[in-house]
Design a protein around this ligand. Structure first.
Ligand SMILES: [Fe+2]
Length: 201
């Protein structure tokens, strides 16, 4: 006699990957602008962070005053709307808006601790430069802190605790702000440059 048996996934965490078309021109302009910013704006790395990275987070800088970031802002809004649709978010009645946007530049050995983005609905990262051997982005399962971690025979969707993402130049990654993530150390000598942002409704 065959027993009818099925294990059904009950919840799911979606992450959107958008390959921006013709990103080379945009990235060249962003790189120039970010070089100018680095020359003028000191690293605002918060004291509580134990990692190293050049960042403009929580500085007074309004990146969208700069035309190239305005262009990127348009792409962020388009992609965020698509992602919000996947999650069934009612952004027609409660419009999405970018409430934070900052630059991160990782040199050799630079990394970022596990964190999430509070007071936001959607967060994202756009890779301006993701050279070979730059730090991978890790997503940490929301279950990783509440479940026992017994030995496993094989990995699958029910027991995976960390998902690795190899950054790709010209790609925008969007995720819910509660999803914890981190950045592994960059091994190569070339800089890894990203623009991070938060949206609220
Ligand atoms: Fe982050």
């Amino acid at each position: 006699m065959t027993m009818a048996r099925e294990t059904i996934p009950m919840f799911s965490v979606g992450v959107q990957f958008s390959k921006i078309p013709d990103a080379d021109t945009l990235n060249a302009e962003l790189k120039d602008e970010i070089a100018r910013i680095r020359g003028a704006v000191p690293n605002s790395l918060p004291e509580g962070w134990s990692c190293h990275v050049y960042t403009t987070i929580r500085s007074d800088l309004n990146l969208f005053e700069r035309p190239v970031f305005k262009k990127l802002g348009g792409l962020i809004m388009t992609e965020a709307a698509a992602f919000a649709s996947s999650y069934g978010l009612d952004f027609e009645r409660y419009p999405l808006r970018i409430n934070e946007c900052w630059v991160n530049v990782y040199g050799q050995g630079d990394a970022q601790d596990v964190h999430l983005h509070r007071n936001s609905v959607i967060s994202g990262i756009y890779y301006v430069a993701a050279p070979p051997n730059c730090g991978e982005l890790l997503f940490h399962s929301p279950m990783s802190e509440v479940m026992l971690d017994p030995p496993i025979t094989h990995g699958n969707i029910f027991n995976v605790l960390i998902r690795n993402v190899v950054p790709s130049t010209g790609t925008m990654v969007l995720f819910r702000s509660w999803l914890r993530h981190s950045v592994k150390p960059t091994k190569g000598k070339e800089e890894r440059i990203s623009v991070a942002f938060n949206l609220t409704m």
